[in-house]
Design a protein around this ligand. Structure first.
Ligand SMILES: [Zn+2]
Ligand SMILES: [Zn+2]
Length: 368
């Protein structure tokens, strides 16, 4: 079948993206699903910083690539036993093979087959289902969400209840799973703990919500944008500060959990410095691969501090998305507040501009 998709032909570090228009909306050929795969009609897709990172070359990926990795939709064709036509699904950006050592040990976010496939721009079982004039187009993280339809592996989806609006459901696949997963799975925040979150994009804002839901005593939200700080206060933060406003004088005891959702090694070092003895720093943002950081290893040992990385919120999506949906239903994870505005697919470069400028949290492309 023919689909319309946002395709990155070559990465471009120069802003503004609107004038360089790195993403082209192209008509592509989409092959039908192979055994174990699904054809999805995409209904809502979020524009995430990781998409921007491919556009500006921070996350090098094989090109040309049909971008987008956070979305929800309806199953149109199923070649998997346990997914039916008409099911509503949330897509996640790490498919699970269910048989590698990571999947078998309950850590599907580290699936080895997924790492290979995602790095190669292929689907989990290998190869491409997207092409243009016979030339293969790479899949973004097994999803390629900036398109009206996608063929994905069964391991890329979680079936969700049909009453959840698609524009809310989509956000569970990346922003919520990553941000809330960092709080629930990686840091395992306990009631009464102090949590600080640097960077209030979709992931950071979801971490703020989840910290509140986990019963944190104090939740400090840090971002240069005043509008985002204001929103953070509405969704669970007890204090909101610009980066220069966070000082050790304000928090002399340090924080129990520091979440870095900016993607900067400098901010990560600041976050680590902010923790109390016994505290944990969680790196969630994606720094440029060449960045290095400098910390005192003695603080790790002598003060039993932890420095942890969290990819896909260290989550098991099949287990965690339903739990997070229940928290959303209970009003404890107000995910819909992450939605800044809707953009048509044709304005995808404008959406990238807005994201790069730090003016928005989540923009959604809605496919009717
Ligand atoms: Zn994302
Ligand atoms: Zn696996």
């Amino acid at each position: 079948m023919k689909i319309r998709a946002g395709v990155l032909i070559k990465s471009d570090a120069s802003a503004p993206y609107l004038t360089s228009r790195p993403l082209e909306i192209l008509e592509l050929d989409l092959e039908g699903p192979a055994e174990g795969e699904l054809l999805i009609r995409i209904r809502a897709a979020g524009v995430c910083h990781s998409d921007l990172s491919v556009v500006n070359g921070t996350r090098p990926r094989p090109l040309p690539m049909a971008l987008g990795h956070e979305c929800a939709g309806v199953v149109l064709e199923s070649r998997a036993d346990d997914v039916n036509v008409g099911d509503h699904v949330v897509l996640t950006f790490v498919p699970r093979c269910s048989s590698c050592s990571a999947c078998m040990s309950g850590r599907p976010a580290l699936c080895k087959e997924a790492k290979r496939a995602n790095g190669a721009g292929e689907l989990l079982r290998g190869g491409h289902r997207l092409s243009r004039d016979g030339v293969p187009i790479n899949h973004h993280l097994g999803v390629s969400a900036f398109a009206d339809h996608a063929v994905v592996d069964r391991g890329s989806v979680v079936v969700v209840p049909k009453d959840i609006p698609f524009d809310v459901a989509a956000l569970f696949g990346c922003a919520v799973l990553t941000g809330a997963g960092a709080i629930f799975n990686t840091a395992r925040v306990q009631p009464g703990q102090t949590v600080a979150v640097w960077g209030l994009g979709g992931v950071g804002m979801a971490a703020v919500m989840a910290a509140g839901a986990a019963g944190a005593g104090e939740v400090i939200a840090i971002d240069p944008d005043a509008g985002k700080r204001e929103l953070a206060l509405q969704v669970g933060a007890t204090t909101a500060l610009p980066p220069e406003g966070f000082t050790r004088e304000l928090f002399p005891d340090g924080v129990d959990v520091a979440i870095e959702a900016v993607g900067s090694s400098k901010v990560l070092a600041t976050a680590f410095e902010s923790t109390t003895p016994g505290g944990m720093t969680v790196s969630v943002g994606l720094p440029h691969p060449t960045e290095l950081m400098s910390i005192s290893p003695l603080q790790l040992v002598a003060e039993s501090r932890t420095l942890a990385g969290s990819y896909l919120g260290s989550a098991d999506p099949e287990r965690d998305i339903p739990i997070m949906i229940d928290l959303w239903r209970a009003g404890r994870l107000p995910v819909e507040k992450l939605r800044s505005r809707d953009v048509p697919l044709d304005d995808i470069n404008l959406a990238m501009d807005e994201l790069a400028a730090g003016r928005v949290i989540r923009q959604l492309i809605i496919f009717d």
